[in-house]
Design a protein around this ligand. Structure first.
Ligand code: NMX
Ligand code: MLT
Length: 438
């Protein structure tokens, strides 16, 4: 209520005015050129999208509404109520991304209550998710579940009823909060169905992350804190990443937020994007199995041997490299700090740490990779594994629950600012040749 009625309502006219002025007064100002390399090469660094919620610097990493991860940890409300003591709550970062304001604990608690109140899943969604084959990938199940929730879209209904475009953001926000609210239960149903007894038990006296942990079947305050950290750091990574961009693209057709974010989840499910977190754990398990069978220890030497085998087989090292970052991902660093605080002697954490000590040099020697350092996915799995959450085929679903917060906060602003249908120009190879042969 507070988010919608007070904070955002005051911001929308100002931001609309500012963007309009930018367009009117400076619309023809050139901000970049596009090379053939960029055209063929996945549009790296091409500046062609406005993104309110976060910005990614190649050296420094992500800033959420101008705040680095350590700054978020220092100022955003925590579950204990003492800022700086523990990880920020997911609701804190949702508030920040949506409104650009650092919320109070009271505001965050009101948002928790609002999300819990919206979390009821339609019966047909429960029936559908419960009917899915256990061997269907959890991400596919999540996407099916979310798509089926589209029956609840107030945006689609308002559009069909002829709502004026100036009101689109008001209806979109209802859907956005609903999507964020329902995802944990869909995700928990999938986890409990695939790996356990199918029973999901809620505890809405807790925050979003704590309740999610109980629904997954975990009851450990330390795991709740990990989930808070996990959900916060995966929310947003500016607009060009595949899941956020897909959400923005699909949403630009005025598909509602349920359909738009399902598009984002489809992108997240690819191994070069969110699925890399499962691939990292698989890589580590394959490595351990191989050397245990050979009676060798897992150490810097055997990791180096295994890395070269992977590279020579023309496969990627999952969890390393990035399209934008050129340094160790600060999301990796804060997870490493969590491990040093909560599980310094954990066996797999030590494997991940040893990988970190050798992999950048291996990748530099390999010579192809623009960024030889680890990204977020390199660390997230081992933290989960430590708490007995070993079902790594499921890991990307957690990423998917979190990314909804960033991608959909931006979708709110897409509609509030009246951003148009996204439709860049493609060119044929013949046209490209004609440009250089002139
Ligand atoms: N291992 C081996 N080769 C790599 C790696 C890696 N980790 N990263 C990049 N390369 C290769 C890449 O495949 C490309 O080869 P080719 O010229 O034969 O096509 C070459 O190095 C240059 O690629 P880059 O410019 O460094 O990277 P790009 O921007 O194209 O791709 C990623 C970025 C993230 C897709 C790439 O680094 C990668 O595949 N990493 C492993 C998968 C991964 O961890 N993805 C998760 C990213 C984070 N997330 O959550 O989404
Ligand atoms: C992300 O969080 O989306 C990934 O790091 C990928 C990206 O930023 O391109």
């Amino acid at each position: 209520q507070l988010v919608r009625k007070e904070t955002l309502a005051a911001q929308v006219p100002e931001k609309q005015k500012s963007l309009l002025a930018l367009k009117k007064e400076h619309g023809d100002h050139v901000i970049g050129n596009v090379t053939i390399d960029q055209c063929i090469g996945g549009a790296r660094s091409v500046k062609c999208m406005v993104w309110e919620t976060s910005n990614l610097d190649p050296e420094e990493g992500i800033r959420f509404r101008g705040l680095t991860i350590p700054e978020c940890q220092a100022v955003l409300p925590t579950y204990s109520g003492v800022t700086g003591d523990g990880e920020p709550m997911l609701e804190s970062i949702l508030w920040l991304l949506l409104t650009s304001e650092v919320p109070t604990k009271e505001q965050v608690d009101s948002l928790t209550a609002d999300l819990h109140a919206r979390a009821e899943l339609p019966e047909h969604v429960k029936t559908l998710v419960n009917s899915l084959p256990k061997d269907m990938h959890p991400m596919t199940q999540l996407i099916i579940g979310l798509n089926a929730c589209q029956t609840e879209s107030q945006f689609a209904k308002a559009y069909a009823d002829g709502a004026p475009k100036t009101d689109y953001h008001i209806h979109a926000l209802e859907d956005i909060l609903k999507v964020v609210a329902v995802l944990p239960e869909i995700a928990a149903m999938i986890y409990r169905n695939v790996y356990f007894d199918g029973i999901v038990t809620k505890d809405t006296s807790l925050d979003y992350s704590g309740n999610f942990c109980r629904m997954l079947g975990y009851d450990d305050p330390s795991f709740d804190e990990l989930m808070r950290l996990y959900l916060c750091i995966h929310t947003d990574h500016e607009g060009g990443n595949a899941s956020a961009h897909a959400t923005h693209l699909v949403g630009s057709t005025l598909s509602d937020p349920f359909l738009a974010y399902s598009g984002g989840l489809n992108a997240l499910a690819g191994p070069l994007h969110g699925l890399a977190n499962q691939e990292v754990l698989k890589w580590i398990q394959d490595l351990k199995n191989k050397f245990e069978a050979e009676g060798k220890p897992v150490n810097a030497d055997t990791i180096t041997e295994f890395a070269w085998e992977t590279l020579n087989a023309k496969k990627v090292i999952p969890g390393y490299g990035h399209a934008v970052l050129r340094k160790t991902d600060p999301r990796y660093t804060c997870q490493r700090e969590f491990a040093l605080k909560h599980m310094p002697d954990d066996e797999l954490f030590n494997v991940v740490d040893t990988i970190y000590s050798v992999m950048p040099d291996i990748l530099k020697e390999h010579g192809k990779v623009a960024n030889p350092y680890p990204n977020v996915d390199s660390h997230s799995g081992v933290l989960l594994w430590h708490y007995g959450f070993t079902q790594f085929q499921y890991y990307t679903v957690l990423f998917g629950v979190s990314r909804s917060v960033g991608a959909l906060s931006q979708l709110y602003w897409d509609r509030a600012l009246g951003l148009p249908l996204e439709r860049p120009k493609s060119v044929t190879p013949e046209w490209l040749w004609s440009q250089v042969k002139k």
